[in-house]
Design a protein around this ligand. Structure first.
Ligand SMILES: [Zn+2]
Length: 295
């Protein structure tokens, strides 16, 4: 994790490295990057970037101690902070971890992760199923997989409803999610409060003529074991999830610079922050009074 001195991302470093599932490179980093393996260590490291305290900085001289915003570094401490009305513009960043309880396979877990279960598709390498160039030449493995994962089969978790609750209390500025399962929408988080950083199954477009299709139409095709094909031009119709080699949605680049200066509490849920794109969010939130919670 880097510090506030890091220059803000001026280019789009996510464009070729991110995708619906993060990617192997990031997976590797996760396996290797355990220098902040304990939750408290990780939290301390994060908070120190924002000159905040976990309350465990006794060793520091008084003047170097960061301001302690939370009474205690616990969920109760954060809840009390919110209840005191000290934050009104909460940004919530979410990743796969909040959806695993819904039964959606984790893309990363060894043995149960989706990449590990892709052998049957006879891919050159697992990540190919989410690569745009591979998809153009051989879309079938993706749609076979999409049938297994298709939204609608799964129900939102308590984490999704927590975000909805924040919105109902007018505390939610935005929910940035890496997930493509549309469980945020299902939980009732309004579209304008949602940035699906890796896209979603909600809409689809023809790769050739760009005609838009609904997810209902695509779903019918997928569940009939067909590769969805544009009736107009016979091009392949691809759900609007971000593949490796594709740009992140415009809404991500539009909302990010607007939201981060306003954000007064950043909650990170179900992601290690190591996937490209989402990890830049916390770098952009540079206000001294922001609080990051990652669990
Ligand atoms: Zn078309």
């Amino acid at each position: 994790m880097s510090s506030n001195e890091d220059k803000p991302p001026s280019e789009k470093p996510d464009e070729n490295s991110s995708g619906a599932t993060g990617g192997q490179e990031q997976d590797k980093q996760e396996e290797d990057g355990d220098d902040n393996a304990t939750p408290v260590g990780f939290l301390q490291q994060l908070l120190s970037q924002f000159k905040l305290s976990t309350g465990q900085d006794e060793d520091l001289p008084e003047k170097e101690k960061p301001e302690q915003l939370l009474e205690e570094v616990t969920f109760e401490g954060v809840a009390n902070y919110i209840k005191k009305g000290r934050c009104k513009n909460i940004v919530v960043m979410t990743g796969a971890g909040i959806s695993t309880a819904a039964g959606i396979p984790d893309f990363r877990s060894p043995g149960t992760g989706l990449y590990d279960n892709l052998q049957k598709y006879d891919l050159p390498y697992p990540q190919a199923v989410f690569e745009i160039n591979f998809f153009r030449s051989n879309p079938e493995p993706f749609f076979t997989l999409a049938k297994e994962l298709y939204p609608g089969t799964f129900k939102p978790t308590i984490s999704h409803y927590f975000i909805k609750f924040l919105n109902d209390r007018e505390l939610l500025l935005r929910n940035y999610t890496q997930n493509i399962d549309t469980l945020e929408r299902e939980a009732g988080i309004p579209e304008e409060k949602l940035v699906e950083a890796h896209g979603s199954f909600h809409m689809a477009h023809c790769l050739d003529c760009r005609k838009e299709y609904t997810h209902e139409w695509v779903k019918d095709e997928i569940f009939a074991d067909k590769v969805p094909s544009c009736p107009d031009c016979k091009g392949v119709v691809k759900p609007d999830i971000v593949f490796f080699g594709e740009s992140l949605p415009d809404v991500f680049h539009k909302c990010l610079p607007q939201d981060m200066p306003k954000c007064d509490l950043l909650l990170v849920m179900g992601t290690s922050l190591k996937v490209a794109a989402i990890c830049f969010l916390n770098r952009q939130s540079s206000r001294d009074n922001s609080t990051i919670v990652n669990k």
